[in-house]
Design a binder for this molecule. Structure first.
Ligand SMILES: O=P(O)(O)OC[C@H]1O[C@H](O)[C@H](O)[C@@H](O)[C@@H]1O
Length: 289
């Protein structure tokens, strides 16, 4: 189904499977795919470039399960919820398994801006609120994603969250990343805090929360590509790659898939107060060269 079109580009909505529809975005400057299930960007490919995001070939596309790759939205909690000691409610909240609606599409010479929204009431014992999410996603030679969270209930809410981006790279062992070696981090694998440390290799397993929101560059010499990540209103970068042993145990990571991506997630891993009727924004802006 054609949703919008002009001389610069067009957006189609296609049904992939029961309950899973994808927006196919085509513009003179870039192509992209966005799943309405999860409100999840799956792909952004500037014209003449390889895809910036990694998507598993064995990902589940099934209601109730998260899609592995692109940019899953972790919200209203990141990782396990602190009040859910046995992690019965699972990692990363429910936003990534909700159906999102298209609110608006604007096509300009520079690119295509797509607005998506979701609303929910009393989604979980851990989130007994009425809330609304909006995303504004810009697809062009650059990429921008804004996540707007509004508390529609009559009491304060507390959330954590992340834009859990899977970046496609030639190999985690040969790329370089800037800025992270200047920041202290918490190692989730060893449960230890560390002073800044140089990063020698990016192959997993690695699961770290860096206490910085400095601009990070992923420098991929083999692909002759640098991706610049600029986040605002988030305080941490989470760096994750499962490594081979864990990836082999994950059916939704294709064989050797862990050798093709690094996750760098613009995150707020400490509880943020979202006062009633209040609205917060988290933004990630990507450029490549
Ligand atoms: O498998 P998922 O629920 O999508 O989580 C994948 C990963 O996400 C984040 O990066 C966390 O820091 C990791 O601890 C977690 O393993």
């Amino acid at each position: 189904m054609l949703l919008s079109k002009n001389e610069c580009g067009q957006v189609h909505q296609k049904k992939l499977l029961q309950g899973i529809s994808v927006l196919e975005v085509a513009h003179n400057n870039a192509k992209a795919k966005i799943s309405l299930y999860g409100g999840q960007v799956l792909s952004w490919q500037p014209t003449g470039e390889k895809d910036v995001f990694w998507l598993s070939k064995t990902s589940d596309f099934e209601q109730g399960k998260a899609i592995r790759g692109g940019i899953p939205l972790c919200w209203p909690w990141f990782g396990s919820h602190p009040n859910d000691v046995e992690n019965k409610m699972g990692n990363h909240g429910f936003a990534r398994t909700q159906q999102w609606q298209v609110d608006n599409i604007e096509i300009s010479e520079e690119g295509i801006e797509i607005c998506l929204y979701w609303q929910g009431v009393n989604m979980s014992d851990l989130w007994p609120f009425s809330s609304e999410l909006k995303q504004v996603i810009f697809i062009g030679q650059s990429f921008k994603q804004v996540l707007q969270m509004t508390n529609l209930s009559d009491q304060d809410a507390y959330y954590t969250g992340a834009l859990h981006s899977y970046f496609s790279v030639s190999s985690p062992t040969t790329i370089k990343m800037t800025a992270l070696d200047q920041a202290p981090f918490y190692d989730k694998l060893t449960d230890q805090l560390h002073e800044p440390q140089s990063l020698e290799s990016f192959s997993g397993p690695v699961d770290r929360i860096y206490d910085t929101n400095q601009i990070v560059k992923i420098i991929d010499a083999q692909w002759q590509r640098t991706i610049e990540l600029n986040a605002s209103n988030t305080n941490q970068w989470v760096f994750w790659n499962p490594g081979t042993e864990l990836a082999n145990a994950m059916a939704d990571v294709h064989t050797h898939g862990e050798e093709e991506f690094v996750c760098l997630e613009a995150a707020n891993t400490q509880m943020q107060r979202l006062a009633w009727t209040d609205c917060h924004h988290g933004t990630s802006h990507l450029n490549w060269s």
